[in-house]
Design a protein around this ligand. Structure first.
Ligand SMILES: *[C@@H]1O[C@H](CO)[C@@H](O)[C@H](O)[C@H]1NC(C)=O
Length: 289
């Protein structure tokens, strides 16, 4: 726990901040420094290998890694979704989709394999591959999307909201995945549970939620979302990094030790949306942080 936060926060708040903001405060931020960017060296090198790899996050097996023969999902040409959105009928829309499939511009299947999703954001703790209307246009007007979430040991999918969708997430590997959400003002106690293989849970639309791999091995979850463009807003990143420093300072109650002099350094250490994980797990799994 970085000293900087301790002065002004209660124990419970500290615990939250450990998970939300500071667990990977010592971790190197993603290569580009931009948490929403496409894959970085670290992630792509790690997730495209088909052999067991040792990284700074420890050793993990190839079971959830990509194989070299994976073909990236096709990137639809611009204008495809706009055309589908304006089709006169569902039949017309699917006739367009049929043509796009024949042209190789659109696929009837989506591959969640990280290697098939080179544009997905990669964090120190894994990556999320979201199939939405933009990269899987057959979803247009179907009101549904899905994500494959690939966790490294201890990986934390940091607290975020989906502005337009509820989510039903199922763990598909033999792991323990802690999940939690806070609904909204008026009911602010945390709902949480730990999933094991093939168990699922729900995150209501707009709720702040997270998932944390409690194990020293890789984990994979698959989630369905009831919107074809569910969106995501990562709280630590968007609150601390993307709002004006004075507003953040005021919202945090003017903490004595986060101020103009060290705020830039504090911000720079906020990890990408899949962070390394909470301190207890990193220590238990011997992962440097
Ligand atoms: C689970 O939620 C309860 C409040 O409902 C909270 O006290 C507890 O710290 C949470 N546990 C974990 C592991 O997040």
């Amino acid at each position: 726990m970085p000293e900087i936060l301790e002065a002004s926060l209660s124990k419970r708040d500290q615990a939250f901040l450990v998970a939300a903001f500071a667990a990977a405060a010592y971790a190197t931020p993603m290569g580009s420094g931009s948490w929403g960017s496409s894959s970085t060296g670290y992630g792509s090198a790690t997730w495209t290998t088909s052999t067991t790899t040792t990284t700074s996050s420890g050793s993990y097996s190839s079971s959830t890694s990509a194989s070299a023969s994976v073909v990236p999902n096709p990137v639809p040409s611009s204008g495809v979704v706009a055309e589908l959105l304006t089709a006169d009928s569902t039949v017309d829309r699917f006739k367009d989709i049929q043509k796009e499939i024949a042209a190789g511009d659109v696929s009837l299947k989506f591959d969640f394999n990280p290697a098939a999703n080179p544009a997905a954001p990669v964090g120190m703790g894994g990556q999320v591959d979201l199939a939405n209307r933009a990269n899987f246009p057959i979803l247009t007007d179907l009101g549904i999307s899905a994500a494959g979430i690939f966790f490294k040991p201890c990986g934390l999918n940091t607290p975020h909201i989906h502005p337009r969708a509820s989510e039903f997430l199922t763990l598909v590997t033999d792991n323990n995945l802690l999940t939690g959400f806070v609904l909204e003002n008026g009911l602010t106690s945390e709902f949480n549970t730990t999933l094991t293989k093939f168990q699922g849970t729900v995150f209501p639309m707009g709720s702040i939620h997270f998932q944390q791999n409690l194990d020293c091995t890789d984990a994979v979850a698959i989630a369905g979302l009831n919107h074809e463009d569910p969106g995501a807003s990562s709280l630590a990143q968007n609150f601390i990094i993307n709002l004006d420093v004075d507003v953040v300072d005021a919202a945090l109650g003017f903490p004595k030790q986060i101020d103009g002099s060290n705020f830039a350094a504090f911000k720079a250490n906020i990890p990408g949306s899949l962070a390394k994980g909470v301190e207890e797990c990193l220590v238990r799994c011997n992962i440097p942080y």
